[in-house]
Design a binder for this molecule. Structure first.
Ligand code: DON
Length: 608
């Protein structure tokens, strides 16, 4: 029976709670089917354009008013794991309709920009690594796309310091001056040549989700409420994220300005964002709020294809992102320091295993602080940092009975409240795509472009604003990662692929700032060394050490006895909030796709 047949605009929040109750809760009580609730075509917006828009709506493949998180499943052909059930479903449906993993990666990123505004974005940046299956000409090809933000031309090394040379509190974190030139839209268009479907089709689900709204989960409602004060403080125009009464789970979030922005991009392409009306709105927002980004910063933005960082580990080939992300290099260094040690015999979360892993983390992160930055501005000594001899030397001071104090570990002598999001995809042909994308902090700079409805990043905080002074992730750095016009800030994002016998095996990644490389490391070790299932590798409590501060951070579920044993060995152990949200797909010997999404959030898998 049609519901609300004539309503052209999205229903008010109270009605939405009712719809949500009917759609989400009632079926659980009555065992009923949600397909009994059908919106009319008028409500879904006949303007939505392409046929693909019909993917989204009550009773359709992607129902924005009724969805659940699926944490683990095994699919025959294609799989997606990402931070929001609706975006995962969009990705799977795109592949069902003939798209490949690149189509899905593009469509999922547009969808996350709508349904996961804390980190999904068009005002941020990211990295993609891929391993191509398919026709001989491309089979086995590795891709690494850098669409990281850049510092605006007017940025300068000391821009966040006061006249006494001290850091100005929150200057690199909140508001207009914290924003780097966004790279996401350029990145999605740079990915398009590898996709099969037109961009308009890949954007259509996101446009419908923005225009007609989607139901907020409990987590997302809380996150929005937690940020209302900063949204009010840092915005020059009203945003869709602020309303009079607190958000409730089941409310519908509608983003009409974002929908218009997406429609404009869908019609006019990349240029709309970088030199069209959207660019004008972004520059006007900067001018209203004292930000630095100009029209020419936007016009000059370019994504960069880089050589994927790949290396061997125990008969596998691991593929990740090179600088300006530190992620791939840290993963390489830590795995190589572990490769010839009997880790598996120490057991998952065994004290000996944790202690050894912590010591490799400490040493790798010391190098990060001194040597890593945007390779187009700073010579990163990759050959040395990745050599077996160098890494063996780094472990010479390792003592299995005690903590090596970080004061005794310097970078090798040689001649970054958080939110990012990761997407793992495998398509029917076996192409693997891993994308990690970010606004940096939750909701980035908390600044929404007036009239355009999208959040801007606060990625400038990933630079080292002052040597030795920690950023929001406690990471310190020096000249290698100092601010300079046009430079990319050092990242920790670690989109990761693994091949075995030259065949695709798995794709994974996570958000978490500086904890990203250590989470990815522990997930990879869980799968390859400790023989865990995908879901086990994700659920195992994570721990993290980053050289400075000299602390082993552990999740709440980390075993007490191991924490006590580490303390006795001289480690300072501190419990903290959840570490990362890992999304993982592995191809089983049968060819099936074992797919898992993190239990630490609303993350969900989808596939067929
Ligand atoms: O690029 C980076 O390393 C950070 N901007 C990532 C931020 C992040 O992962 C926050 N997530 N929880």
């Amino acid at each position: 029976m049609p519901y609300l047949p004539k309503q052209a605009q999205p229903p008010p929040a109270s009605l939405c709670i009712y719809v949500w109750f009917i759609a989400v809760l009632l079926p659980h009580f009555s065992g009923g089917q949600t397909s009994s609730i059908a919106f009319t075509k008028a409500q879904l917006g006949s303007k939505s354009g392409s046929a693909m828009a019909t993917l989204v709506g009550p009773g359709r493949a992607v129902n924005p008013y009724h969805f659940t998180s699926v944490k683990a499943a095994t699919y025959t052909k294609a799989a997606v794991s990402c931070a929001h059930p609706l975006a995962s479903q969009v990705g799977a449906q795109i592949m069902k309709q003939g798209g490949n993993a690149f189509d899905a990666a593009i469509a999922v990123q547009w969808a996350l920009a709508v349904v996961y505004p804390g980190a999904g974005n068009i005002g941020g940046g990211g990295f993609m690594v891929a391993h191509m299956a398919g026709p001989k000409a491309t089979a086995g090809k590795l891709l690494a796309l850098d669409y990281r933000e850049t510092a605006p031309a007017a940025a300068s090394q000391n821009m966040y310091l006061d006249s006494a040379g001290n850091m100005i509190k929150n200057a690199s974190l909140h508001g207009h001056r914290a924003v780097g030139v966004p790279g996401t839209v350029a990145g999605l268009y740079a990915t398009l040549p590898y996709a099969k479907l037109p961009m308009a089709m890949l954007m259509a689900p996101a446009i419908t989700l923005a225009e007609k709204g989607f139901v907020l989960t409990k987590t997302e409602a809380k996150k929005l409420n937690d940020s209302i004060v900063v949204f009010k403080q840092y915005n020059t125009a009203l945003t869709a994220f602020v309303k009079e009464k607190p958000w409730q789970p089941g409310d519908t979030l509608v983003q009409p300005e974002l929908a218009q922005t997406l429609r404009r991009i869908s019609k006019a392409g990349r240029a709309e964002f970088y030199s069209g009306k959207t660019a004008q709105l972004l520059v006007a927002e900067m001018q209203r709020g004292g930000g630095l980004i100009t029209a020419s910063d936007l016009k000059n933005y370019k994504p960069i294809w880089r050589k994927a960082l790949s290396f061997s580990y125990k008969k596998h080939v691991i593929v990740s992102m090179p600088p300006p992300s530190s992620g791939g290099l840290l993963l390489l260094q830590m795995l190589k320091m572990l490769e010839h040690r009997p880790l598996a015999s120490y057991g998952v979360l065994g004290t000996k295993a944790v202690q050894l892993i912590v010591e490799t983390e400490r040493r790798a992160y010391a190098d990060r602080a001194a040597h890593l930055g945007d390779p187009d501005f700073w010579h990163v000594p990759m050959a040395t940092l990745t050599s077996d001899a160098y890494l063996a030397g780094r472990m010479a001071s390792y003592d299995s009975t005690r903590a090596t104090p970080s004061t005794q570990i310097q970078a090798g002598v040689l001649p970054e409240k958080e939110e990012t999001t990761h997407i793992s995809i495998i398509d029917p042909a076996g192409t693997m795509v891993a994308v990690t994308t970010t606004l940096n902090g939750t909701y980035g700079s908390s600044t929404v472009v007036g009239g355009a409805g999208f959040l801007l990043n606060n990625e400038m905080d990933d630079f080292s604003s002052k040597p030795g002074v920690p950023n929001m992730y406690g990471a310190i750095g020096g000249q290698a990662n100092a601010i300079a016009p046009g430079k990319r800030m050092l990242s920790s994002m670690t989109p990761c692929l693994i091949l075995k016998n030259n065949k695709p095996l798995l794709v994974c990644g996570t958000p978490g700032g500086t904890t990203i490389p250590t989470s990815v490391l522990q997930t990879v070790l869980g799968l390859l060394d400790f023989k865990q299932t995908a879901a086990q590798a994700i659920r195992t409590p994570k721990f993290h050490h980053q050289w400075l501060p000299d602390i082993v951070y552990v999740e709440k579920a980390f075993p007490d006895d191991v924490a006590d044993a580490l303390t006795l060995m001289g480690y300072k152990v501190v419990r903290r909030e959840p570490i990362g949200r890992t999304e993982l797909i592995r191809i089983l010997p049968s060819g099936k796709r074992e797919t898992a999404a993190d239990i630490r959030g609303d993350d969900s898998v989808s596939g067929f």
